[in-house]
Design a protein around this ligand. Sequence first.
Ligand SMILES: Nc1nc2c(ncn2[C@@H]2O[C@H](COP(=O)(O)OP(=O)(O)OP(=O)(O)O)[C@@H](O)[C@H]2O)c(=O)[nH]1
Length: 322
Amino acid sequence: MASSVVRYGLRMRETFSVVNQDVAQWFPGHMAKGLNQMQRKLKSVDCIVEVHDARIPISGRNPLFEHTLSAIKPHVLVLNKMDLADLRHRNSIVKHHTKEGIKHVIFTNCKRPESRGIKSIIPTVAEMIKNTERYNRSEETVYQLMVIGVPNVGKSSLINALRAKYLRKSKATQVGGLPGITQSVLEKIKVCEDPKVYLLDTPGVLAPKIRDVETGLKLALAATIKDHLVGEENIADYLLYRLNKNGNHSYVKYLNLEEPTDNIRQLLGLAAVNNGWKRKVRTQSGTQVIPDLQLSASKFIKGFRMGVFGPMILDDLENMKD
Ligand SMILES: Nc1nc2c(ncn2[C@@H]2O[C@H](COP(=O)(O)OP(=O)(O)OP(=O)(O)O)[C@@H](O)[C@H]2O)c(=O)[nH]1
């Protein structure tokens, strides 16, 4: 593979040898309760809006949703954070989901309520509901949608963006950079007057069985699993692998390095030394100042989450290019 050999003459990893981790521990138990609560509310819901991080457009989806929620009701898949995703793969991603039976895929950037994706959600949903028989609620003129997704993909931000667009209202629901911010279950929020549309916000729910360690690392990198559960060095190593695989060495400048590397320990150590990131440790003879590798790892990961290394997709779509 051409991108595996960089111009510095370094050979980069072509596959990621995964850390020996028990992924079962990455699933916080309270999430099962959230899923049950959502299922109980399904009767009063006309359409499911499944929000998903556009940077993990395939593997980031919670497989449980497919069987328990989305299969039962009309369903829209919203791929959010499109501003951070490499959209050259857009058509292939849509094609993939269409094959899986998802007819409506909408890309959004919730930071821009006036953008095309946000504008198209309510008309798409209204049209779908009109064409569906509403068994339990045929007299209702009010549409009720349930917003579901794994943690931190932007469910609350989507609700706020819709409220800003249709009701000119400021924030109704709390937004946070850490997974698991939405704790109050199924809050009903009006987002549109004509047609009258209410959304049920739900807490993010991960699959209890994460498919494999690599899928877990992608979810962690996209901030859907808490960093400490996976380990910041593991997440940083996976990021380094992905960047090198794409021939993207923009991290060299960002971390103040001299050249690319494929060794995470070396990267974290050099970044800490070159940027003066230090911490004190106690030793038998007093305290000692050492390079802070954990701070290096979190700065590196934060860079990815802010989009510093450019738009990216973490799923392997090489064979799916448009
Ligand atoms: N760049 C970018 N950031 C976004 C977008 N939408 C949301 N975010 C950010 O993503 C983070 C999580 O957003 P939330 O709306 O709290 O996500 P959530 O899915 O409700 O989170 P939980 O409550 O943990 O399930 C916040 O820091 C948002 O500012 C987007 O379209 N683009």
